[in-house]
Design a protein around this ligand. Structure first.
Ligand SMILES: Cc1cc2nc3c(=O)[nH]c(=O)nc-3n(C[C@H](O)[C@H](O)[C@H](O)COP(=O)(O)OP(=O)(O)OC[C@H]3O[C@@H](n4cnc5c(N)ncnc54)[C@H](O)[C@@H]3O)c2cc1C
Length: 451
């Protein structure tokens, strides 16, 4: 039984009769495990004694997503196909924008089920699909532990506001999701679609910019589970005290898998909760995975301008305005920043880590964003540069977390601190602070070794 708070009907109605299947349009939750939308679709199909067909619409472009993002995504889909097949569920990938892909298949569907995406384009896609199909449409929220509106009915000002609300309802949602079996397994041929076993061929046929970072991890649920297993075994117990230690890097590396929906936050949260590690380490991790991540989902869900400078709190825009004309010690163009070409070896190491691996250590991401603010001609330029670089180069970019993370560097979800040049009362970070706290040469050596 899926909690009713996860379910919304963009196009309500009774299932159409005389149709061939229930259709699950998979878009955000790109996985066969721990997927509420998939299990809900299966429940509906079983109730109607129909098979379940799943479709993924491979949009030819997504803002700021380049070759690396598409490769990661396709690697995940290549695993979904056999996994669903083994469960007796049909799966087809078709190239095109969702409305064009889903509508023809929905013509034979009694009901269309989809998952929830929070970004503007994902919402537009869902609205368009609901408008053009000829059957009822239901959306099931599966990529957060606590559904966004169940946690808080409006934009939360900070983690301090959201945390107690999430804690109050968490026991209701932090529960395993039962896995169903199809009453009528998919039989016979699948509708025509892309052959996703040949990831490379498919990638080459798309017009994408950028390249695969040499040391990027592979995409897919198996790689995600391997990361989770290694994290639980080797690093979770260090997480509470060592999360920020950039020289060693004990964090989970799960964000790209979460971003592409290749693993569920719920599955990770349950595994961490039940791990025989120190409870404080688990608490610290769940604070990031649930409270911080869902604060970001809350932000993009409730703030229509989540990707604009105007989404920053009034106090931070005011203080940045007051310091607009402060002399900047260094000014760098977006191109020099992208090329890791600044005077600061620690910042360059962080950007180089990003270029070589598609990720940056979480602590360095904060420092990185703060320095983009300090070294850009205006706070607006800085905001746009940070967002652009984050979304183009990070494997986990273009995510609610990215919009909230960049905005945080400019004061969002934070409070005023002691006043400083350029930043005003927005929190600063300094190279000397890094050197005091961490073994920065060890970090730089770790990144150098990736050459
Ligand atoms: C400037 C800036 C940009 C960022 N851009 C992104 C982005 O594009 N995509 C993205 O997923 N995260 C982003 N973050 C948040 C955070 O840095 C990453 O989630 C984290 O680095 C991922 O590494 P990990 O999976 O090893 O994290 P872990 O420490 O292992 O955390 C586990 C999970 O918790 C969540 N999480 C951790 N820290 C945060 C946080 N501060 N806010 C929200 N969720 C968090 C993530 O889903 C993460 O995978 C950004 C932060 C900053 C300061």
């Amino acid at each position: 039984m899926i909690a009713p708070e996860r379910i919304e009907w963009p196009r309500p109605g009774a299932p159409e009769t005389g149709r061939r299947y229930v259709l699950y349009w998979m878009q955000q939750s790109q996985r066969s495990r721990c997927n509420h939308a998939l299990e809900f679709a299966l429940e509906q199909a079983n109730g109607l004694r129909l098979p379940l067909l799943t479709v993924f619409a491979l949009a030819p472009a997504f803002p700021d997503a380049g070759r690396a993002a598409y490769r990661f995504l396709l690697q995940g889909l290549a695993e979904v196909a056999p996994d669903l097949g083994a469960r007796g569920i049909g799966f087809v990938v078709r190239r095109g924008n969702p409305a064009d892909v889903v509508a023809p298949l929905a013509a034979d569907a009694a009901l269309l089920v989809t998952d929830r995406g929070y970004l503007r384009l994902q919402r537009v896609w869902r609205r368009e699909v609901a408008r053009v199909v000829s059957c009822p449409v239901v959306e099931v929220e599966s990529d957060v532990v606590v559904p966004v509106a169940a946690a808080c009915p409006k934009e939360a000002y900070s983690a301090a506001v959201l945390r107690p609300r999430i804690r109050r309802v968490l026991p209701r949602f932090l529960v395993p999701l039962p896995v169903g079996d199809p009453a009528v397994p998919w039989a016979g041929p699948l509708p025509a679609g892309e052959d996703i076993r040949g990831t490379q061929r498919l990638l080459d046929s798309l017009d994408l910019s950028g390249s695969w970072p040499r040391h990027a991890p592979p995409g897919g649920a198996r790689a995600a589970l391997a990361h989770l297993g290694a994290f639980l075994r080797d690093r979770l117990r260090e997480y509470g005290s060592g999360r920020n230690e950039v020289g060693t890097d004990v964090t989970s590396h799960l964000s790209p898998y979460l971003h592409f929906g290749q693993i569920a936050a719920l599955e990770i949260a349950l595994a961490v909760r039940d791990a025989p590690a120190a409870p404080e380490a688990g608490e610290a991790f769940l604070e990031e995975l649930i409270v911080r991540r869902e604060l970001a989902a809350n932000f993009v869900h409730f703030h229509s301008g989540y990707d604009t400078y105007e989404s920053l709190p009034e106090w931070s825009r005011r203080t940045l305005e007051a310091h607009r004309r402060d002399p900047r010690p260094y000014l760098y163009s977006p191109e020099r920043l992208a090329g890791a070409d600044t005077h600061d070896p620690w910042w360059n190491a962080a950007q180089t880590e990003l270029l070589r691996t598609g990720r940056m250590h979480p602590y360095m991401r904060m420092y990185w964003g703060k320095k983009v603010l300090e070294w850009s001609p205006t706070p607006e330029d800085a905001y746009h540069t940070a967002l652009d670089l984050n979304n183009r180069f990070e494997l986990d970019g273009r995510d609610a977390n990215g919009f909230a993370g960049v905005a945080w560097c400019f004061g969002k979800h934070d409070r005023p601190w002691q006043g400083r040049p350029v930043f005003g009362t927005v929190r600063t970070m300094t190279d000397r602070g890094l050197e005091r706290k961490f073994d920065m040469p060890a970090y730089a050596r770790r990144i150098d070794a990736l050459a």
